[in-house]
Design a protein around this ligand. Structure first.
Ligand SMILES: Cc1ncc(COP(=O)(O)O)c(C=O)c1O
Length: 386
């Protein structure tokens, strides 16, 4: 058997930088010692910078879905009416959670691959003053479409706004305060380059006021309990100590590169992957737009089964990509390019895709995807070695 290295090119979990892996090997510490409180405080400060907020960011030991559920449970009472823009698999999860908590959900269904229609959101809110909140996903990871969150904040100024930045936070700019977003949720294992297990939520003053009067039951994800503990340097329940130490290393790594440079790298990676995919005769599902810089979902021709293709990529080349979700499970191949990913990760990944497509009988010109990826990424702007 011939060795292939394992290369993780999915939109989460993502590869961890060496510093983050090393931090995971350190001996565990008691969460009650002052050294951990200081580290946690630094993490919270850095998270606030990534969220673009001067308000609270709360940390929970869960994947992002925990903080999605927590947002619903903390902000609402049974029967509250909310709008959810449903343009993909993760947006649909918001609909499901809100319904599970007996909210009255107005679902704005949009085709997969499209971005949030902020005009329609504003129109819906204008037409129904009983709606209390609006929810959307920033980067819909099932399609690669990245929506305009500043526009969403403006369209929802009169109600609570909730944005899911699970895959975008740490890759693309998020400015919760400037954009008027009351609540933003995310997790650590995508662009924040940490193994899975932490979720975050930013909470505006208006969201705290809503939380104070909301009656849905909550316990583990009770924001007030988290805030009281956080203000005393900790968490109400046992924190995921090891992951928080790793997240600290990841955030230091992120700020060493700088948020602007990180965003520019992601834009270039997105261009590079879309160019490669097109050179292979596949079609990006979302628009060929610089905004779509986190994950690229490529539509396969009908004679190719995307699930089989990802299996062939893994078995034959060691390259891990994702197939699609739901009805698009066998139609989409999703390439993650968020977090600790550079241009040459993309070059290797598309070289493997080229070979795998060729082996499946799909006509490709060998080297075309690699050339397209290289050309679209463009010249080095600044060589940083990490
Ligand atoms: C946009 C988005 N929202 C929510 C989630 C849910 O996260 P998890 O399944 O890690 O709880 C994900 C995970 O992929 C996501 O991409």
């Amino acid at each position: 058997m011939i060795m292939n290295k394992y290369r993780l090119m999915i939109p989460g979990p993502t590869p961890t930088p060496p510093q983050v892996a090393v931090a995971g090997a350190l001996p565990l510490v008691d969460e009650r010692i002052p050294q951990f409180a200081a580290l946690f405080d630094r993490v919270l400060g850095n998270l606030r910078r990534v969220f673009g907020t001067a308000h609270d960011v709360l940390v929970f030991a869960s994947s992002t879905t925990g903080s999605m559920e927590g947002a619903i449970a903390n902000l609402f009472s049974p029967g509250d009416r909310v709008v959810v823009v449903d343009n993909g698999f993760f947006a649909a999860r918001w609909v499901a959670i809100a319904r599970a908590y007996q909210l009255d959900v107005v679902e704005l269904a949009q085709p997969w691959g499209t971005v949030v229609d902020n005009v329609e959101v504003a129109r819906t809110l204008d037409a129904d003053p009983t709606i209390r909140a609006a929810i959307c996903v920033h980067c819909e990871t099932s399609t690669g479409a990245v929506s305009d969150l500043a526009g969403f904040g403006a369209a929802t100024a009169g109600v609570l706004s909730i944005a899911d930045a699970a895959s975008s936070l740490g890759a693309l700019p998020v400015r919760a305060d400037d954009w008027g977003l009351d609540v933003v949720v995310s997790g650590c294992h995508k662009a924040l380059m940490t193994p899975p297990g932490l979720s975050f939520v930013s909470v505006s003053e208006r969201a705290w006021r809503a939380q104070a009067v909301a009656t849905l039951p909550r316990f583990y994800f009770d924001w007030r309990a988290a805030k009281v503990a956080m203000d005393h340097g900790g968490t109400p329940w046992t924190p995921a100590v090891g992951l928080i130490v790793q997240l600290d290393a990841a955030l230091v790594h992120l700020f060493d590169e700088g948020l602007d440079a990180v965003a520019e790298r992601h834009v270039r990676l997105g261009r590079s992957v879309r160019a490669a995919v097109k050179a292979l005769g596949l079609t990006p599902l979302a628009a060929d737009d610089d905004a779509n810089a986190v994950v690229t979902a490529a539509v396969c021709p009908p004679y190719l089964d995307a699930a089989k293709l990802t299996a062939a990529l893994l078995d034959g080349h060691g390259v891990q990509m994702s197939a699609g979700y739901a009805e698009l499970a066998n139609r989409l191949i999703r390439i993650g390019h968020c977090g600790y990913v550079d241009r040459y990760d993309v070059v290797v990944a598309v070289a493997a895709l080229e070979q795998a497509l060729h082996d499946e009988g799909h006509p490709v010109e060998m080297g075309a995807a690699v050339a397209a990826a290289q050309a679209a990424y463009g010249p080095a702007s600044r060589a940083v070695r990490t």
